[in-house]
Design a protein around this ligand. Sequence first.
Ligand code: TRP
Ligand code: SF4
Length: 342
Amino acid sequence: MNQLRKKIVLSGMRPTGPLHLGNYVGALRSWLKLQDTHRCFFTIVPWHALSSEYENPKVIKDFTFEVALDWLSAGLDPEKSVLFIQSEVKEHAELHLLLSMITPLAWLERVPTFKEQQQELQDRELNTYGFLGYPLLQTADIIIYKAEVVPVGEDQAFHIELAREIVRRFNRFYGEVFPEPQILLTEVPKLAGTDGRKMSKSYNNAIYLKDSPDTIKKKISPMITDTRRKRRSDPGEPTDCPVFTLHRAFVNEKKREELAAGCRSATIGCLDCKKVVIDTLIEEFAPLREKRAYYLKHPGLVWEIFEEGSRKARKAAQETMEKVRQVMGLKLPLKDKAEEKI
Ligand code: TRP
Ligand code: SF4
């Protein structure tokens, strides 16, 4: 391989519906940059969604579509990156199965998200085989493309560490097939939602990328600010203000410093301060809303793009699986290839 070869990136998102500002800052924004410097694979992962939402499969199609819409509207570009749907590339499932043969149970049981999520989602049975295997499926997603870089938030760090361990184990048994993927931590300035808690779809406090200017205004205007600022003449502290988490993620530094100073000296009011971030968000996401409206009118185009992406991904995945089957002793002298059978 020459030194100019672009490094391979893979990242994924569960289809959970329209994306909010937190998803944008925590993932999409860094993916958009990587498109120009890396060979990127970005995947929507219905199988991961099913591992916890198996009782409610009806939403998967709609949610996959919403995520696909937001990706394209935000500027993920099928000319630059491979945009695809995990469950359309069945090779991921085959690799997941084969990896399950070499993965000690204890490695999966000690993944913190396993117990944490079970605690958090007590209304469902999550002591399942599939849920335990969630990070192993994620490993398959990553290594089947021989990805070297995985841009994710801190919450996924343990999963990537597991992927590295699996790769080392696999390579020790069967030879150097996979590179060890490296985590690329996306800085995640914690965004507050409209109720001041962490922005999250499940708290019903999120501002969505697709929100209209009017909705953005209506959501941010009544947000609580630093409680010290009871009156306009009371000075405040931006670091104690939920609204200012939005400034930190979206307003340029110079403007932001001005506002912070104005807050501390009580020379601006909270409404003035909110207006700046409201206007910034409206402007920043104007092109996104426009593109989104276009794709919404042409849903067939969205599906086509992901179909084509899935085809490209499948080709890469199949190449890897040829090698995997060979090193794991699964190449038999049969004429028919399994894939060619009807
Ligand atoms: N587990 C990831 C999340 O919840 C989603 C995911 C699935 C993923 N497969 C992946 C992320 C592969 C990075 C690489 O956010
Ligand atoms: Fe928050 Fe801005 Fe009000 Fe200060 S002026 S409390 S940073 S909204």
